[in-house]
Design a protein around this ligand. Structure first.
Ligand SMILES: Nc1ncnc2c1ncn2[C@@H]1O[C@H](COP(=O)(O)OP(=O)(O)OP(=O)(O)O)[C@@H](O)[C@H]1O
Ligand SMILES: [Mg+2]
Length: 229
């Protein structure tokens, strides 16, 4: 879906690890991990508490690693300041979370436009782009609805449209189908597969084995250790 990605950027974790303080000691939430994420859809599976969100938050630069780097193309995300990381994310990343995280007081259309507004895209251009994206996720007739007026699956489709608004090279999704019934989850998967098919690197955390099985690439996480599955 969406326009072809112009500059596909490779996503690479290099000796990436994260410890958290825990009482007197420390817990190794992610053991040192080195991996180049291929373009296409990578599913990350593993039990609750295994370190999946820790990994995703590091790849996103939301969290800082204890050791290692995250490379997106030639940029080391971990060497950037917080403000630089925010700008970098806006330009290169899209995110989809379990709870859609749409802005409650903005319509579906305005939510999709939001990252483009932040990026300084002129109104006419961003309105047209948001309309196009809403049509791609099958919601052109819900553009004026507030998030509270959308079903869970519809809200998640708006969130995907928003994530793709800036045509990001990297799309990160943490349990995007977790709250949805199987059929709606399938629809979300199809949108992510479409996004991956356009040359993006899509990383999908999921508990759903059926959904994971249909990804192009697989990683599994157990007690902070990530291995190809
Ligand atoms: N901010 C934090 N401070 C301390 N420990 C943390 C923090 N965030 C996560 N942890 C710990 O790190 C480990 C991995 O957590 P993480 O959230 O990555 O798991 P997960 O695989 O995403 O689980 P789930 O499937 O339940 O979402 C857990 O033991 C968790 O308790
Ligand atoms: Mg998690």
């Amino acid at each position: 879906m969406s326009a072809p990605v112009v500059a596909a950027a490779s996503l690479r974790a290099e000796h990436l690890s994260r410890e958290y303080p825990s009482g007197e000691g420390r817990v190794l939430a992610l053991a040192p991990f080195t991996h180049t994420f291929p373009s296409g859809l990578t599913a990350v599976v593993g039990p609750s508490g295994s370190g999946k969100s820790t990994l995703l938050n590091l790849l996103a630069g939301f969290d800082r690693p204890t050791t290692g780097q995250v490379w997106v193309g030639g940029t080391d995300l971990t060497a950037l300041s917080e403000a630089q990381r925010a700008d970098f994310r806006l330009a290169h990343y899209g995110f989809v979370f379990q709870n859609h995280n749409l802005v409650g007081i903005l319509s579906a259309q305005e939510n999709v436009e939001f990252p483009l507004t932040l990026a300084g895209v002129p109104p006419r251009e961003r309105q047209a782009r948001a309309r196009e994206l809403l049509a791609q996720v099958g919601l052109e007739n819900r553009a004026g609805h507030l998030p509270s007026q959308l079903s869970g699956g519809e809200a998640q489709r708006v969130a995907i449209a928003r994530a793709l608004a800036g045509n990001p090279a990297v799309l990160l999704a943490d349990e995007p189908t977790g709250n949805l019934d199987t059929r709606t989850g399938e629809r979300i998967l199809a949108l992510l597969q479409g996004a991956a098919g356009a040359g993006r690197t899509v990383v999908l955390i999921t508990h759903d084995r059926d959904i994971a099985a249909r990804a192009d690439h697989h990683l599994s996480v157990l007690d902070g250790v990530v291995t190809p599955a």
